[in-house]
Design a protein around this ligand. Sequence first.
Ligand code: ATP
Ligand code: MG
Length: 359
Amino acid sequence: MTTILDAVPDDDELGVPAARLRSAELERQIHERPGRFRALTGDRPTGRLHLGHYFGTLHNRVRLQNLGVDMMVLVADYQVLTDRDVADRLAEHVEDLVLDYLAVGVDPDRATVFTHSAVPALNQLLLPFLSLVSVAELGRNPTVKDEIAHSTQSAVSGLMFTYPVHQAADILFCKAGLVPVGQDQLPHLEVARTVARRFNSRYGPVFPEPEALLSAAPLLLGTDGGKMSKSRGNAIALAATADETARMIRGAKTDADRHVTYDPVARPEVSSLVLLAALCLDRDPHEVAGEIGGRGAAALKAVVTDAVNDYFAPIRARRAELALDRAHIRRVLRDGNEWANAIADDTLKEVREAMKALY
Ligand code: ATP
Ligand code: MG
């Protein structure tokens, strides 16, 4: 019998193969008419962003923004409380997140950066949306099961089970059609699509069905071989120093086979390191692995360290510079929140109209 604790979602369970195919088709459509699309995506302010975020979603956000897609970037502050009792140093984490965004190239003149707790009408959508999903559906979500398994809380909160529906509100309040995410988010995208469909059929057409846009690295592994994650102590932060980066990579888990190959299924840890180097060098991972070959894990780690440090040096320098002007960070959020509120107020009005609840 599978218990919640040993449930580790695999690619098929998450629907990764189908999402990869669909992402390729979406890319084609985006390139044809980028102005047709609005994208929304975000992160929990639980700590500094890491390389998994960068190659899983941040890089895509900046690319879409630069192509001319209307980009909404959400700091998911309420969702910090899904797996902990207290949101420690929240304001500091929120500002750090915005700093990371700006450092990688999110441009507040072209993208909207906002915190969902500052947008009341967005949160109000949660109530009708919760009525559209069953408790059994919420309990089946593989990503929620995985997060419960990694949570240190003694009891699972109601927010943990319902946050995918909150996320549906995050996406649907601005009618985003595209959601550039890592593969752990695919089940949540399904919830958002289901909510949109059921709302429309019950009350009339209001919401488009959003679609996931996966990157070339929809699941980057951390130094312990599990999903690289802010809360799991296995992540290389975007803002890490070159020395910290070297130390983390030196300690990364590999396997007993000295010959380096790229084989994500049979050798996930080694392959994730190879992929990281390939992404930073903009090269094919098989080629990178082939060049290292019999020189072993130590040579692989040296290549990865140099590639990461070279790639992120300008981003890290920009981040240090931006960190000197905290007032600018707060201004970016204030402007973003104002615009997000205007959008959310309009959508909530439409929702209440559709539900015949305007008095
Ligand atoms: P936490 O441990 O606090 O949940 P996290 O590292 O899982 O942090 P989130 O804020 O939950 O980060 O995720 C933000 C976005 O980054 C999501 O789109 C998620 O899919 C993506 N992402 C997170 N980790 C990875 C990873 N290791 N590889 C690819 N994408 C990732
Ligand atoms: Mg997470």
